[in-house]
Design a protein around this ligand. Sequence first.
Ligand code: 16G
Ligand code: MG
Length: 592
Amino acid sequence: MIPDVNRIASASAKYPKPSPDFRPAYGTAGFRCNASLLGSTMFRCGLLTAVRAAVLGRHCGLMITASHNPEADNGVKIVEPSGEMLPQAWEPLATELAGCSSDDEVARLIISLLQSESNLASPANPARDTALGSLAVLVGCDTRPSSPVLTQAACEGIQAMGVRAVQLGQVTTPQLHFQVAALNAGHLSLPPEQQLQAAGQGASRSAISLDLYFGTLLPAFEELCQGPKGAPSTQAPPSPTFPLYVDCANGVGAQHLACVAATLASATTGLHLHLLNRGGTPQEGGGQLNHLCGADFVQKECKAPSGFSSLPVSARCCSIDGDADRLVYFVVQQQSEQQSASSNPVTTPPSHVSLLDGDRIAALFASFVSDLLKGLPQPLAQTIKVGVVQTAYANGASTRYITQTLGLQVVCAKTGVKHLHPEAHAFDIGVYFEANGHGTALFSPSLIQQLEQIQHSCVAARQLLLLSRVINQTVGDAFSGILAVEAILRLKGWGISDWQAMYRDLPSKQTKVSVKDRTVIKTADAERVAVSPPQLQPAIDKLVAEAGDQARAFVRPSGTEDIVRVYAEVQTAEAAEALAAAVAQATCSLAA
Ligand code: 16G
Ligand code: MG
């Protein structure tokens, strides 16, 4: 089962590092940098993912994307058989492998890893007897021009290990996670080898269809929207059609949403998706990936994405990111509200938006789950543990709403999906979201089993089950998020303004500062307290105390950029600006 060291070394020779000192780190979002530097990293990630598959005796995944970053960047993330992220214990191994100086070093590290990890495996571990050729790594990519070449590099790494590389072509990150989990659960099967070779020739052709993915989400959405059978007519939707304007970030989400838009519009749900920023080639008039659009732009700038300034008044809008694993909703403020003087669309600055961010999506999900729990029989309802996982960036008003109004537990985790996701597993229903729109909800297998037993006699149990199918539980998924939000708003009989009225965000300000070495800043308590340099937290505490009631501020070194991020939240926008500026200044002088 141990592959040939020479075969690995000679395959590696085709993908030299861009320079001897190139040592990228597998960080919060995997490897990510300018695409032209990534050939060796991608090949080596292919090797490592194949090792991971071999050690576990199960199929894994590899997603080639740089999400919301500029089009010239690219990146890669490794996906576990369960559809979850690579365990943190393996991240330093990925970093070490990407930094190896020679092809021999790469091959030796891979073989020693395979041997040591396989030895660690228990006698019952299926990996011991699994032939490498029966294992697969599913490879997906987004729409970046660099994706085909990098996909090829990753596939050659996988194949050098004797594992099958299965190209899914252009898929969203959550679709890739879903497919990997479904394959391992036996809900999908691998195509024959000849079909794989044919699919490999065209990067946009998927070797495994997405029928199961859409066939899980869409019927559950449709049934959920219908509401409890025999519901009073007051709960019926106020209008037969529900227009939703979707900013697709000129990314991979556009093509997949376009495939299901007709089904959604014609189904009983009447959800009419108007897809904007759909990408495509410049000749077709397609906009550039993530440029002046996408969830990151809208959330950070609080501005309407390109093409959204002249929509119908109060149009319901949402924005996804370049790989469709993030979602925020928004309403464009009218030009009159912004006292815009110019009527020239070229010079008119983007309109401001009222944002409904990840915190608010989490609050909506949690509120719906709370409603349904009331419809479950006792003692089941009492035993179900429901919680919400947030980060320090969650607006204090959302945390207060979830704890005080909904009476649910809130846990604060460190920034990054890999930190929130495991915390959500501690609950029977664990909703997690970052303010930036990354998030999902997890349902424990034992709860699912109990709900299945009573679903025919209990409407609330059936609805919770449907919610668990609409939501992609492997990772945050913008499509799932759209379907869940739309179904919940409909069932609650709510418009955007009702959703906004749940709570009022405290004004907040985010800023960033550059310091010589950001690693001198160490944090504790889910990044809410700076423990180093020692004078920093007392300085922040003093500034926060002076800023008044409900003030809060923290700093943390970014996991994706060479900067320190600063967050401040107070009762007025001016005070938030001032507090953020003062904390930034203290950080600069104390972390110099
Ligand atoms: C990555 C993370 C995101 C996090 C962000 C923080 C994933 C899939 N993505 O984009 O969750 O919010 O990094 O970036 O985990 P920062 O460390 O630069 O603030
Ligand atoms: Mg993303």
